[in-house]
Design a protein around this ligand. Structure first.
Ligand code: MV4
Length: 448
């Protein structure tokens, strides 16, 4: 096992990793920018290294500076958290070259899943159900029109280098497709320097259901059920829950086994998420994320496992500490993302936090790096906390969430808390009846 791990991240996820390290008797190293000198992750780690100025490109995204920090402190492994360098194959390669362990999958697996066409081809070959669409890339307009006729409108044009909603255009007929194809290509070229696009049948009212998988890198893998992350605004998740309100045990077992077998076959190491669109009882693969996700705590809550601990074990060459048979769902969990943003525009609201009070009690987990007097810097993501509740069933989790939101105090900056208080009054939310378009429609109806 490692003696010392460097956490190449900040905020709540850095604390999350430091906590796992501490429980495992592993020393932790925080890295930080000059803007984060007073950040909680710096205080909570055993050691810290300043790696550069405020812009992430010169600090949290600088491979050279992070590798230097490993050499200076003697850290044997790096946990990347989410975002920043967590899905950067070149970073994993560079760490390997320096004899430092990346806590996550191999650079090859990251590269395969980072290219959406290759990811889809790979998953299809492994028996994972995919959205009907083009076989690989669509090189020109004539091919696009032919493929669209074959699969039927509406269709969606997606960038292979995209993901998270960037470089996508839907089309309901041939003339719309001509525009969609051209703009998707141009946007992909500008955003990613890669204009390769592919075509899929456009699903009109799906849910976003993602399956948590975990592999030991030696050909063994398990699944930890699904999360329903359909409540999103501009491709940013707002609320996530597990299990999914409409997923039956039979469906879970089936898609879960398919996903676990697929990642076992490729020798996948560590935590991963296989994203699906779910409509009319069917799952359609869209993307795979090769990192620990923001919303992992809802899965931890219902399975009673520490996913970061498992990531560290597997990276150290140890087996996972559970088998599929030992994984059992207990109750229901919901996470809401507390952002320092002003609703309804969702403009960032950085600044000094005057008062902070975290909720507590049975079934409540608050993952946050906030403290009273802390100044939220304007340079990074606006996520300031995740409130996760766990109950014996969905109604109990909802009641607990309402209660915990009532206890949470964040004074001095605007947050998304008022939106959640309103959201929890909605019958559709109470009944779990929502698709990927529900939240944007609701926001428009509430705030015009
Ligand atoms: C789709 C789709 C409908 N049909 N693919 C958006 C982000 C990226 N992960 C995939 N996305 C979508 N792909 C087909 N074939 C609709 C979306 C989509 C979406 C997906 C998940 C959550 C929220 C969404 C919001 C708008 C569009």
């Amino acid at each position: 096992m490692f003696d010392k791990i460097l956490i190449a991240n900040r905020g709540e996820i850095a604390l999350r990793v430091i906590r796992a390290c501490r429980e495992m008797g592993i020393r932790s190293v925080a890295v930080h920018s000059t803007a984060d000198a007073d950040a909680m992750h710096v205080r909570m780690a055993d050691e810290s290294v300043c790696i550069g100025p405020a812009p992430a490109s010169e600090s949290y995204l600088s491979m050279a500076r992070i590798i230097s920090a490993c050499e200076i402190t003697g850290a044997q492994a790096v946990h990347p958290g989410y975002g920043f360098l967590s899905e950067n194959a070149a970073f994993v390669q560079a760490l390997e070259d320096h004899g430092i362990t990346f806590i996550g999958p191999t650079s090859d697996h990251i590269r395969i899943m980072g290219d959406k066409i290759t990811a889809k081809d790979t998953m299809k070959a492994l028996g994972v159900p995919c959205v009907p669409g083009s076989d690989g890339g669509v090189p020109d307009m004539a091919t696009a029109l032919r493929v669209a006729e074959a699969i039927g409108y509406p269709v969606i044009v997606k960038a292979t280098a995209g993901g998270g909603g960037r470089g996508m255009k839907a089309a309901h007929g041939a003339s719309e497709l001509e525009v969609a194809f051209r703009t998707a290509r141009a946007e992909a070229k500008a955003a990613f320097g890669n204009d390769e696009v592919y075509l899929e049948k456009y699903l009109e009212r799906p849910r976003h259901i993602e399956i948590q998988i975990f592999g030991d890198g030696k050909g063994n893998a398990v699944h930890l059920g699904e999360r329903d992350c359909s409540l999103q605004r501009r491709h940013q998740k707002v609320l996530e829950e597990a299990p999914g309100p409409v997923i039956t045990p039979k469906m879970r077992a089936e898609i879960g086994a398919t996903c676990a077998a697929a990642v076992a076959r490729i020798g996948y190491a560590g935590a991963g998420t296989i994203e699906f669109l779910y409509e009319d009882g069917r799952f359609y693969f869209i993307e795979m994320n090769t990192r620990l996700q923001v919303e992992h705590p809802v899965t931890e809550a219902i399975f009673g496992v520490d996913l970061v601990r498992e990531q560290i074990r597997v990276a150290a060459g140890m087996p996972m500490s559970f088998t599929q048979d030992e994984l059992e769902i207990n109750g229901h969990a919901i996470e809401v993302r507390i952002n320092a943003e002003k609703v309804p525009g969702f403009s960032p609201s950085p600044g000094r936090v005057r008062m902070y009070h975290a909720p507590g009690g049975l079934g409540v987990r608050m993952d946050s790096a906030l403290y009273a007097g802390y100044a939220i810097p304007p340079y990074y993501d606006s996520l300031i906390g995740k409130l996760i509740v766990h109950g014996r069933d969905r109604p109990e989790a909802l009641a607990r969430l309402r209660r915990a939101l009532g206890e949470l105090v964040v004074d001095g900056v605007d947050t998304t808390m008022p939106m959640f208080r309103a959201l929890l009054q909605e019958p559709d939310i109470q009944n779990g009846e929502y698709s990927i378009h529900w939240l944007e429609r609701w926001l428009a109806s509430q705030f015009g």
